[in-house]
Design a protein. Structure first.
Length: 241
């Protein structure tokens, strides 16, 4: 592995010009040479995983093929006048073809098992990080990297409580998580060191300022989610387009 392989560059959905959770946005992440493309996942009435951030009552009433028909699709939001809903099934096939990893930010418990089943059916486990909701998993998820989200209460302003960090990392390790997903404000060198001592992958979100990128690179975090993937390339010493 090259010295600059870490941190992985995770392009937050919508980090380019296109609206979040669209095919165009995913392709922009690919063009930016991101290592990982982050997307949000919900399910339809038919338990079909799709890319969408906000809940809509229409998801409880229709399947994706119905939802993708105008004028119904436009009721999901202004962006859907022009853009179709993206099926996770189709995105997985394109990710396999391009060999780009995906960070699946699962938005609620209802979407967890349909999403993991689809990943397994596509044999895409090696490309997947799972963040967001990871509760109620009934699917054998070996090969996927499940990341435990640290609660926002772990943003510690008055000094670092190593016992709290260690307890959280122990929980992640004991529950079979591959890593932890941390808001950038809670990340300290001690947090990263303790997580790595537990053999946990450290993913950090969402970082757009160059100085903070530099600090996190020096801390040796494993992945940084950003709205500015090309800037992060430059901070790592690569040549962004």
């Amino acid at each position: 592995m090259k010295d600059n392989a870490r941190p992985l560059i995770t392009a937050h959905t919508g980090s380019g010009q296109a609206p979040a959770n669209t095919w165009s946005s995913f392709l922009e992440a690919c063009d930016a040479r991101a290592d990982v493309a982050e997307v949000d996942i919900r399910v339809t009435k038919k338990q079909e995983p799709i890319l969408m951030h906000d809940h809509s009552p229409l998801l409880e009433q229709y399947g994706v093929d119905e939802l993708n028909q105008l004028p119904l699709r436009a009721q999901l939001g202004d962006i859907y006048v022009e853009h179709e809903l993206v099926k996770l099934e189709e995105l997985l096939q394109e990710a396999i073809r391009r060999q780009i990893k995906l960070n699946l930010d699962i938005k609620n418990g209802e979407a967890v098992n349909p999403t993991l089943k689809l990943v397994k059916a596509a044999r895409a486990e090696h490309l997947i990080y799972v963040t967001g909701c990871t509760e109620g998993i009934e699917v054998e998820a070996s090969g996927m990297a499940l990341l435990l989200n640290a609660p926002m209460s772990m943003i510690i302003k008055d000094g670092t409580r190593h016992d709290q960090i260690d307890g959280f990392c122990q929980q992640a390790q004991q529950e079979g998580y591959a890593g932890v997903n941390l808001h950038e404000a809670m990340v300290t060198p001690a947090f990263v060191d303790i997580a790595h001592a537990h053999n946990l992958f450290v993913s950090v979100y969402t970082v757009n300022e160059p100085q903070r990128m530099k600090e996190l690179i020096e801390m040796k975090v494993d992945s940084i989610t950003t709205m500015k993937p090309e800037l992060l390339h430059r901070m790592k010493g690569g040549q962004a387009r």
